[in-house]
Design a protein around this ligand. Sequence first.
Ligand code: CDP
Length: 219
Amino acid sequence: MTIVIAVDGTAASGKGTLAKRLARHFGFAHLDSGSLYRLVALGVVQAHGDPANEADALKAARAIDPKRAGDPVIRTAEIANVASVVSAFPAVRATLLDFQRAFAATALPGAVIDGRDIGTVVCPDATAKLYVDAAPEVRAHRRWLELQAAGHPREESAILAEIEARDARDRNRAVAPLKPAADAYLLDTSYLDIDAAFAAALALVKPGVENALKARQGG
Ligand code: CDP
């Protein structure tokens, strides 16, 4: 069994940055599962399809190329919003499940996967699970700062509205809704900067991950 750290949480909670830093710390592979849903969204948009149409979303899901996960075109707010629509279709989620599980099963010595349902659906037996959240206003402000720094300023109130709408869609869908796994460590980063959040995340997952690494060396 590989060692998996599941990092789930709300939009712009900092889970991606935490996941990357945890992966670097332990020398694990990292998968940003949100990028897969964003690639599906991109496929629908580029085909001029309707994101609310299951057939259009499924066609795009079957055609994604995970190697394009680093493409900056999937990082826009429009693509994030479309991603949260297409991701509600069970058939879309089922199509992406095999890729995510294969990644978890083959990454050596382990994997860090971030998303919404990693600890609940994709890897329910993960070695350690984190659920990352922060107050919506804090998350909107962080995204506003990022966009300012990148030279794409936007209204903070519009960012907040989008984040809240996306969280609501993610929480209220019937399949794999956004929620903490029963055995997840909850991490609220509202009052933590990224270094403090990383220190807190590491302190939570380290005992379980180190035990698993030791157990594997022993066996
Ligand atoms: O980075 P950010 O939190 O803004 O979003 P993301 O992780 O890239 O995810 C974009 C959208 O994909 C989310 O709002 C979800 O609707 C969907 N998603 C999902 O349904 N399940 C996952 N495991 C990851 C993302």
